[in-house]
Design a protein around this ligand. Structure first.
Ligand code: RFL
Ligand code: PHB
Length: 412
């Protein structure tokens, strides 16, 4: 098999990149190790920045999102038994976010790709990326993969690893040119899906007795809720009543509000971790999305970062295709990492401000409340949260040809 861009991974990053390339007339092949049903049902993100919605619209994948997505104009912060609204349009000059599940984005992109798109192979597991070095002495870049019980080779001009945190593309970066930065947080999230209308119109981020809780939603009839739990928690220790009681306690306020209960249809535990791999390009191999970086979900940034990576990459490939210039592809890693580190910082700030520390440090505890009070008392502090939550703009260099000829210098 031969193609221009070989994409490993059929999650949101890989599928969206394929769609954007297809629309510019660049051929590609997507290899996905799991089945279609598996990737379409994996419960994950729900909050989309405006830029993510725009990218889906740009490639014709937003029809259902336009009708079923819920546009939100703010979030609520809860602490000290009080509620405080952060109004996005007022604080950001009109920005909003959209609630639309990642499962639905994946379904929409898979359906488009299978009817009118480049090849998407399910149950095609990539084993290794070969010849990614720019000198290409040993031949063109290639992905070795297994499909229908046979080992095969996909030869490409470029390879993009969109294969998530546990993928194999990162392994092809020589240790001498790579650096990873990681941080493990001392708590996890227990997430549930429940067949009950949300008890709120906007997302609630709460810091209550026992720690953090988040009330999100999937639709007007399905709620998505999360609870801070200790690392290593087993969902078997959390029967439904215990979960609802704990949520009730953490969301409690002085005033009128009630958490509606309903049948829980899914439960899972997610550890909180930050990870950044630098650089995001080596020779003819690029990393995008969770393959290059992950953040704890408190800032709702993971999927949005994956989408902004592939927007930059797709524009870089389009520029190469149309003008022969590698200017944007050469700047890819630097442009994305600027944004990745901003999101990593924001996610860290949100996470450490809202979660109870397991060591019971009372000094830290007071500082957390002080940070929350500052955000709710100061317009500039609230505006800073709103600007980050709704999404920082893509670097100007992505939109306009550079006069200085930006190049990529791996940051070490
Ligand atoms: P994915 O989604 O992990 O997809 C990677 C794909 O690659 C495949 N793969 C391979 N294919 C072929 N060969 C191999 N060797 C392969 N190895 C792996 C995998 O099967 C998979 O299909 O990465 P991608 O595309 O970069 O997308 C990233 C997002 O999924 C992730 O960042 C978000 O879900 C994070 N996230 C959130 N992000 C947001 O922007 N807003 C949110 O509200 C939000 N909430 C969340 C989240 C993540 C969560 N969890 C479970 C980690 C809430 C949670 C609880
Ligand atoms: C979700 O709806 O799953 C969600 C929303 C916001 C977050 C994290 C997860 O910060």
């Amino acid at each position: 098999m031969r193609t221009t861009v070989g994409i490993i991974g059929g999650g949101p990053a890989g599928l969206l990149l394929a769609r954007l390339l297809h629309r510019t007339g660049i051929d590609c092949v997507v290899l996905e190790s799991r089945t279609r049903a598996y990737v379409e049902q994996r419960q994950r993100a729900g909050m989309l920045e405006q830029g993510t919605v725009d990218a889906l619209r740009e490639c014709g994948a937003a029809d259902r999102l336009e009708t079923e997505g819920l546009v939100h104009h703010g979030i609520e912060l809860r602490f000290d038994r009080e509620r405080h609204r952060i109004d996005f349009p007022v604080l950001t000059g009109g920005r909003t976010v959209t609630i639309y599940a990642q499962t639905e984005i994946v379904k929409d992109l898979v359906a488009l790709q299978l009817t009118d798109g480049p090849p998407l192979l399910f149950e095609a597991e990539a084993l290794a990326v070969e010849n990614a070095d720019e000198d290409r002495q040993s031949g063109p870049p290639a992905v070795r993969f297994v499909h229908e019980g046979r080992e095969q080779v996909l030869t490409c001009d470029y390879v993009v690893g969109c294969d998530g945190f546990h993928g194999i593309a990162r392994d092809a970066f020589p240790a001498a040119v790579s650096r990873t930065y990681t941080h493990d947080y001392p708590y996890s999230w227990l997430g549930i899906l429940a067949d009950v209308p949300p008890s709120c119109e906007e997302l609630i981020y709460a810091r209550g007795p026992g720690g953090f809780a988040l009330h999100s939603m999937r639709s007007t009839s399905v709620s998505r809720l999360y609870l801070q739990v200790p690392n290593g928690t087993d969902t078997d220790d959390w029967p439904d009543d215990r979960i609802w009681d704990e949520l009730d306690a953490r969301f409690a306020i002085d005033g009128d509000w009630r958490l509606e209960r309903g049948p829980i249809t899914a439960k899972s535990v997610t550890p909180m971790r930050s990870h950044v791999h630098e650089p995001m390009r080596h020779g003819r191999l690029f990393l995008a999305g969770d393959a290059a970086h992950i953040v704890p979900p408190t800032g709702a940034k993971g999927l949005n970062l994956a989408v902004s990576d592939v927007r930059v990459l797709a524009r870089g490939f389009a520029e190469l295709h149309l003008t022969g210039s590698t200017r944007l592809l050469d700047a890819y890693s630097r442009l994305c990492l600027d944004r990745v580190w901003q999101a990593t910082r924001f996610s860290y700030d949100m996470t450490t401000m809202l979660h109870e520390r397991p060591d019971g440090d009372t000094f830290e505890d007071r500082l957390q409340l002080t940070r929350l009070r500052r955000i709710t008392a100061s317009r500039p502090a609230a505006a800073e949260l709103a600007a980050n939550y709704t999404g920082l703009p893509l670097a100007a260099a992505v939109h306009a040809p550079s006069r200085t000829g930006a190049t990529d210098r791996p940051s070490r």
